[in-house]
Design a protein around this ligand. Structure first.
Ligand code: URA
Length: 192
């Protein structure tokens, strides 16, 4: 973790941070992954979304949220006038796909956290959207998305909205109602 902290702190641009993560050899997930999945979207965005870890499609393409969950995410953002092309920036807690899409382990989350914190500082968004339990763990230090969602929290010194992960919404479509309420809260915060 100390090595990660030093490498993250030394990065003063997003390109440098991407290179620093690419050169980081201490996380075992890197060895099982095809590609580094760093980010997608507009670097000057006011909204930064933090997902969990790349899945199969993301690992193949080297971009976050390009599979079915990502398509649902884009469809939820669009009615608010939010898109990666213009005003949303997306990354994950882990930049490499875990084997067989298993949940990232707490030690892996902790090891890569300095890179995530630096990533957020460099993008400097007005607010964070925290997708799912792994991201809550990394950024809020606790899990329990069912209780946390819908309530503004603070992470890395800025407002953060925990939300159900879009992959969960694909399995439990009836929960989209809650997710949509949280999206509306984000829209209202941006206009305030
Ligand atoms: N799920 C995530 O959390 N992140 C991705 O990039 C894709 C699916």
């Amino acid at each position: 973790v100390v090595v990660a902290q030093e490498a993250a702190a030394a990065a003063s641009t997003l390109d440098e941070l991407r290179a620093a993560i690419g050169a980081y050899e201490h996380c075992a997930l890197k060895r099982g992954a095809r590609n580094l999945v760093f980010s997608d979207g507009a670097p000057d965005a006011r909204v930064m979304i933090v997902g969990e870890a790349p899945g199969r499609d993301e690992d193949l393409q080297g971009r976050p949220f390009v599979g079915r969950a990502g398509q649902l995410l884009d469809r939820m953002l669009a009615p608010l006038g939010l898109s990666r092309a213009e005003n949303v920036y997306i990354t994950n807690v882990l930049p490499w796909r875990p084997p067989q899409n298993r949940d990232p382990r707490p030690d892996e989350i902790a090891m890569m956290k300095p890179f995530l914190a630096r990533h957020i500082a460099l993008v400097d968004p007005d607010l964070l959207v925290i997708m799912g339990n792994i991201s809550c763990d990394a950024l809020l230090g606790r899990r329990g998305i069912t209780r946390l969602r819908g309530n503004w929290a603070e992470a890395e010194g800025r407002p953060a909205m925990p939300m159900f992960h879009p992959a969960y919404l694909l399995r439990q479509p009836q929960m989209k109602r809650e997710a949509w309420a949280d999206m509306l809260a984000i829209g209202a915060k941006l206009r305030a």
